[in-house]
Design a protein around this ligand. Structure first.
Ligand SMILES: NC(=O)c1ccc[n+]([C@@H]2O[C@H](COP(=O)([O-])OP(=O)(O)OC[C@H]3O[C@@H](n4cnc5c(N)ncnc54)[C@H](O)[C@@H]3O)[C@@H](O)[C@H]2O)c1
Length: 275
């Protein structure tokens, strides 16, 4: 489970009686955030494309002991599946109060003039269309209930446009813009919508993948050796270190909580000072 020496300690009882739907719940950020919300009293509806990983996530979370926990295998790009996910989770968990719209796909790394169209389409399909479908369905449900709160997972790639990440950067830029529009559209309905933008999380799979892929992409911006890429990235971060996955859930919880009751339409970088 998440190492609580990073980020702040959970606030027991903060989300008692609330249900959170988390997409991409079997991934690193989704699972750590689910653990945090379970520790703070929330009931959990967990959705992910990867059924095996979802089962493993469920087993891990059972140890934290949420009052209610349901898992839903779901492809967020499939409109019918997202409609069904929302209906089923709302029915089985007595409504959805909070949404962590977090499923994502990083895609390939290549220079713009070589970027593969098929992968570009897939990135936009998962990160933009998928995020849109979940946002639309769950906020329609929240509107009927009289309110709610949403956090979308964007990325600093959507703010800065890093080299070799054309599809991912474009998709996360769209997530930030969707957050601003949705915040305006949904404010009169009592629904707040914010975004987080992590960057350079490590150590772990995403850090290893990113440094390897940037090294392989062969641009003038990074050396061909992944560990040298990693050193260069850390040099570029004002705090001179990677972010830990455990440093993300507290910000999500803050944005979902009454402490953020007058905050909507913002994108919070979790990025050690870059941007
Ligand atoms: N880890 C980082 O460094 C980092 C930085 C910035 C932003 N992000 C974003 O954070 C979010 C979570 O990423 P992570 O780091 O936990 O990565 P991860 O790969 O561990 O988790 C992503 C999860 O999304 C799921 N998923 C992918 N496509 C899906 C689909 N079509 N339908 C349903 N689920 C799907 C995957 O199965 C996986 O469990 C993503 O949106 C990612 O883009 C991550």
């Amino acid at each position: 489970m998440a190492d609580t020496s990073w980020g702040g300690p959970p606030v027991p009882g903060r989300f008692d009686g609330k249900t959170i739907l988390i997409t991409g719940a079997a991934g690193d950020i989704g699972l750590a955030t689910a653990g945090r919300f379970a520790q703070e009293g929330a009931d959990l509806a967990l959705a992910d494309l990867d059924q095996d990983a979802l089962r493993r996530a469920e087993a891990t979370l059972r140890e934290v002991g949420p009052r209610n926990l349901r898992c839903y295998p779901c492809d967020v790009t499939d409109e019918k599946a997202v409609v069904q996910l929302t209906e089923q989770a709302a029915r089985e968990l007595d409504g959805i109060d909070l949404l962590f719209n977090n499923a994502g796909y990083q895609g390939e790394f290549a220079q713009t003039h070589r970027f593969p169209a098929q992968d570009f389409r897939k990135i936009l399909e998962v990160n933009v269309t998928g995020a849109f479908l979940v946002l639309r369905e769950v906020t329609a449900h929240m509107a009927e209930r009289g309110g709610g709160a949403v956090v979308n997972t964007a990325s600093m790639a959507g703010v800065e446009g890093p080299p070799n990440m054309l599809g991912y950067g474009a998709s996360k830029g769209a997530v930030i813009t969707m957050t601003m529009t949705a915040a305006k559209d949904l404010a009169p309905l009592g629904i707040r919508v914010n975004a987080i933008s992590p960057a350079y999380m490590g150590p772990g799979y995403m850090w290893d993948r990113q440094t390897r892929k940037q090294a392989e992409a062969g641009s003038q911006y990074f050396p061909a050796d992944p560990s040298a890429v990693g050193d260069q990235m850390i040099e570029s971060i004002p705090m001179r270190r990677c972010g830990r996955i455990e440093e993300i859930p507290g910000t999500v919880a803050f944005l979902m909580s009454p402490d953020a009751s007058y905050i909507t339409g913002v994108n919070i970088p979790i990025a050690g000072g870059i941007g």
